[in-house]
Write a protein that binds this ligand. Structure first.
Ligand SMILES: [Zn+2]
Length: 299
């Protein structure tokens, strides 16, 4: 890689680091503060990666729905604020198990679509959302146009983020809304936990965004930025809590796996620490240093 994937600058700082006994190469763009990492000699496809044991699908959706509840109410308000109604065409790009779609259907949205390339997740999403259209291949919804597309914790995984943004632009109607959420690489929790940060999983997350680099990606592709925030209750909280677990020596980067494994110890800690961690996130979000970047933009 000679140029930054976001701003095309050649001003890259290259370094190497070890993560879980594997060597990774890291590129920091000194111009737009975008960071990219790659596993040396990585030939594994994305499909194979997300079918692996680490990303094994767990048959749960009620707990995330419960924990996500406040964020979901927030998404509902966002949809309303941007003029979307129950008949608007909505696509969750990289919908995973389809939990966001499930929530939108609870709220009465009728035209729900999800796209997920990992076949087990796609199947799960399909079973969970009988009234929605879940696609495994992008060719299946080539002709469709949408009023709202969400990319929630997707862009950090994709090798060529600009290609996806261009593709999405084509799929949005005029004045269509794009909601993006990615981990905030320059958040307080990330600066504090460094390589132990919950979202610093370079085998899966190849892109590490700053607010600046994400805005640049969108503006370069003709999107107008409407709002930007760094407060997300569910991902923010889990990010801080599981970074803390990694810092004190828990090996698994899979949060639910760790929680289940030591439930009697960690379950109460998860509940007791909630107000403190949440205050931490609220406080830092005022300085745009919360754990998750959420940008809403318009075509
Ligand atoms: Zn750059």
């Amino acid at each position: 890689m000679n140029n930054c994937s976001i701003c095309n600058s050649k001003d890259l700082k290259v370094s190497y680091f070890e993560y879980q006994k594997t060597t990774f190469k890291r590129y920091d763009c000194l111009s737009c503060s975008f960071t990219e990492s790659e596993k040396l000699g990585d030939k594994e496809s994305d499909q194979a990666k997300y079918s692996s044991k680490q990303y094994k699908i767990k048959n749960i959706y009620r707990i995330p729905i419960l924990l996500n509840f406040i964020d979901f109410i927030n998404y509902r308000l966002i949809l309303k604020k941007f003029g979307l109604n129950k008949d608007s065409y909505i696509l969750d790009f990289g919908c995973g198990k389809g939990i966001f779609i499930k929530f939108l259907s609870y709220f009465g949205f009728n035209n729900l679509h999800g796209y997920e390339i990992e076949k087990n997740r796609s199947k799960f999403a399909k079973n969970l959302n009988k009234n929605a259209n879940i696609y495994l291949n992008s060719s299946e919804f080539k002709q469709n146009k949408f009023d709202f597309i969400s990319l929630i914790h997707v862009l950090e995984h994709i090798k060529d983020p600009e290609k996806i943004i261009k593709e999405i632009k084509q799929k949005l109607n005029r004045d269509g809304i794009l909601l993006i959420e990615v981990p905030n690489f320059y958040s307080a929790s990330s600066r504090f936990a460094k390589n132990y940060w919950a979202h610093f999983t370079p085998q899966y997350h190849t892109n590490h965004f700053s607010i600046n680099s994400l805005k640049k990606l969108l503006k370069n592709n003709g999107f107008k930025i409407k709002t930007c925030s760094t407060l997300n209750l569910y991902h923010g909280y889990n990010s801080v809590f599981s970074s803390f677990l990694k810092l004190i020596g828990f090996k698994s980067s899979n949060f639910y796996q760790t929680l289940k494994f030591r439930f009697y110890l960690l379950g109460p800690a998860y509940v007791l620490l909630f107000p403190f961690i949440y205050l931490f996130e609220v406080f830092f979000s005022f300085k745009s240093d919360g754990s998750v970047i959420r940008i809403i933009s318009k075509t």
